[in-house]
Design a protein around this ligand. Structure first.
Ligand SMILES: Nc1ncnc2c1ncn2[C@@H]1O[C@H](COP(=O)(O)OP(=O)(O)OP(=O)(O)O)[C@@H](O)[C@H]1O
Ligand SMILES: [Mg+2]
Length: 256
């Protein structure tokens, strides 16, 4: 899950989608890839002494760093306020993927919650993932930033498939119009089309669930955003079913 602009809702949606998928009986790992400014732990009310930094620095195995959130949902926490982690070098990135490989196969879904923007570590992880979800809001600046991040990713990797998730939309029509604007720009200037994953309505309950440090779909399951998130989780489940024959031959994160 990535974006050009910050604050579009990647972490909130990652946490809630992970929660929904795990409620459906699928084991799910949330990986906080906002390496220097962790917040998934805060969103989910988890506090951990060890984090992804220990995986790199102290070679603690990934299965010891992973924190249980619910029965089927685990979190791989990031470090907070550790600027040197924000930029990993090639060796560290390789090591990270290598260290994560053994635990990946235990999960039906691994959701990578990225930092906003275009850092090289984002490119590596976005390239390594099985699917990429671009999150944007209907704001014009969010659209131009989403276009910019797609452009950089396609210039530096062979990745051409992106799922688009429009968050904080007023309604379905506004979300679809936002998707079509981004898709038209990508088709015109980059020469390929995007896939619409869906939308989540703007909903004040989202902020309230953050204050409670619990998933929105748990504390307010009937509110508009929670309904939309459940629809998205169902779509991800059907995408996974469609992808299974292809994924069966591959590790979850491709070795780079
Ligand atoms: N559908 C929504 N309706 C209302 N508010 C929302 C919605 N989605 C997210 N928010 C709010 O937007 C703010 C930013 O969300 P979040 O931290 O998930 O974004 P992010 O993309 O992870 O940000 P960053 O790029 O800084 O990591 C939070 O206050 C969150 O509660
Ligand atoms: Mg975030």
């Amino acid at each position: 899950m990535f974006s050009g602009k910050g604050g579009v809702g990647k972490s909130s949606l990652s946490a809630n989608l992970g929660y929904c998928l795990s409620e459906s009986g699928y084991r799910c790992l949330l990986m906080d890839c906002d390496l220097g400014l962790a917040n998934l732990d805060v969103l989910l009310g988890i506090s951990s002494e060890i984090n992804i930094l220990d995986l790199l620095d102290r070679q603690i195995p990934a299965e010891r760093i992973v924190q249980p959130v619910t029965e089927n949902l685990d979190l791989l926490p990031a470090a907070s306020g550790v600027p040197e982690l924000v930029e990993m070098d090639d060796d560290q990135r390789g090591l990270l993927l290598q260290q994560l490989e053994p635990i990946m196969s235990e999960y039906a879904f691994v959701i990578l919650d990225m930092a906003a923007g275009l850092k090289p570590s984002l490119l590596t992880l976005a390239h390594a993932a099985g699917k990429r979800i671009v999150v944007l809001t209907p704001e014009p600046t969010s659209l131009t930033d989403a276009y910019a991040v797609i452009k950089v990713l396609t210039a530096q990797t062979e990745v051409r498939d992106f799922l688009v998730l429009v968050n904080q939309a007023e309604n379905r029509e506004e979300a679809q119009a936002t998707f079509h604007r981004l898709d038209a720009a990508v088709a015109k200037f980059l020469g390929f089309h995007l896939t619409y994953l869906g939308m989540v309505r703007s909903d004040p309950n989202m902020g309230r669930s953050v204050a409670k440090q619990q998933a929105l779909v748990r504390v307010a399951p009937q509110c508009p955003a929670a309904q939309d998130i459940r629809t998205l989780a169902e779509r991800l489940l059907s995408l996974r079913t469609a992808l299974l024959p292809e994924l069966a031959d591959k590790p979850v994160l491709k070795n780079l």
